[in-house]
Design a protein around this ligand. Structure first.
Ligand SMILES: Nc1nc2c(c(=O)[nH]1)N=C([C@H](O)[C@H](O)COP(=O)(O)OP(=O)(O)OP(=O)(O)O)CN2
Length: 281
């Protein structure tokens, strides 16, 4: 018997890409299970399959930085924080943090198809009773308008969002005088795409960095110590934590000031959730 659960949960990660650098990603998670029916006529109670798989993903790859360790220019070593990733292309980057904030993949590049195979195999290591195959699929959200892929970390978050390099692929909706403004949406999404969103309180003042055009961020959170150094040109600095509420309010204000118009915004954080804000020039 085959059971399926579409859109069981979402995965939000950042991945290191030798062509694009640090990139945020979000996927729908669809799952198919094969096995034998029990005396209750079920393969696996939907009420149990969902939390079982979500817990395995949340405790594993979700909200980690995915690192293709065979990609050119990558080194990963142990350090006092846990692991240290250094990359030389497309720009110099260093990220340090506790081990659980990284997923190391012995590959040259990361594709969501390959990740899904790996997750399916991980789930099958300890399958539930009567389940003899699990196939998981990671499905990018279909975004017909403007979208962008950003990375960030929330120092004050008690859960996995404290990890300094996790991210999202997000829609952006803007309204001017009650009408959606697709050109403006595209313009701002393009500007944000591939950026790291910085809370200015996390920046380590370092004059050398300023001169060389780099930013260093450092903070301590409940999972451990985090560190990130990357070119300032890849960053957008905000005066607040980069929660989606602050991103929405800050972006609405920037768009209003630059366009000279009153703006309403829906800023998504990954798939199907986010914050709304309004601003006036
Ligand atoms: N009110 C807010 N809550 C949370 C924010 C936020 O900005 N405002 N941000 C986060 C994290 O950044 C996180 O990356 C979001 O994680 P997500 O996976 O979307 O959250 P859940 O694990 O709760 O949801 P699932 O998609 O069901 O896994 C967290 N909270």
């Amino acid at each position: 018997m085959t059971l399926f659960v579409n859109d069981l949960t979402h995965m939000d990660v950042s991945l290191y890409c030798p062509e694009r650098g640090l990139v945020g990603a979000s996927w729908h998670v669809d799952v198919v299970l094969d096995g034998e029916l029990g005396h209750d006529g079920m393969l696996f109670d939907f009420g149990e399959v969902k939390p079982w798989i979500k817990a395995r993903l949340d405790g594993g790859m979700d909200h980690t930085l995915l690192v293709p360790t065979e990609a050119p220019g990558i080194t990963v070593i142990e350090c006092s924080e846990g692991l240290c990733l250094r990359a030389s292309q497309p720009y110099p980057l260093e990220i340090r943090g506790p081990r659980q904030a990284f997923t190391l993949l012995p590959w040259k590049e990361i594709t969501h198809g390959r990740l899904a195979e790996r997750l399916s195999a991980d789930l099958m290591r300890r399958p539930p009773p009567r389940v003899n195959d699990i196939r998981l699929e990671l499905r990018p959200e279909s975004i017909d308008g403007a979208g962008y892929q950003y990375s960030h970390g929330l120092r004050h978050h008690e859960g996995n969002c404290q990890r300094i390099a996790h991210g999202h692929r997000s829609r952006l909706h803007l309204w001017v005088q009650g009408q959606r403004a697709p050109d403006l949406e595209r313009q701002w999404a393009e500007w944000l795409d591939g950026r790291y969103l910085v809370d200015e309180h996390d920046i380590v003042p370092a004059s050398d960095d300023d001169i060389r055009g780099f930013l260093t961020l450092r903070y301590q959170a409940s999972q451990g110590r985090f560190y990130l150094r990357l070119p300032s040109a890849r960053c957008v600095i905000m005066p607040t934590p980069t929660t989606i509420e602050h991103i929405a309010a800050w972006l609405a204000q920037r768009v209003a000031e630059s366009s000279g118009q009153s703006i309403r915004i829906a800023a998504f954080e990954g798939i199907d959730k986010g914050a709304m804000a309004e601003a006036h020039p």
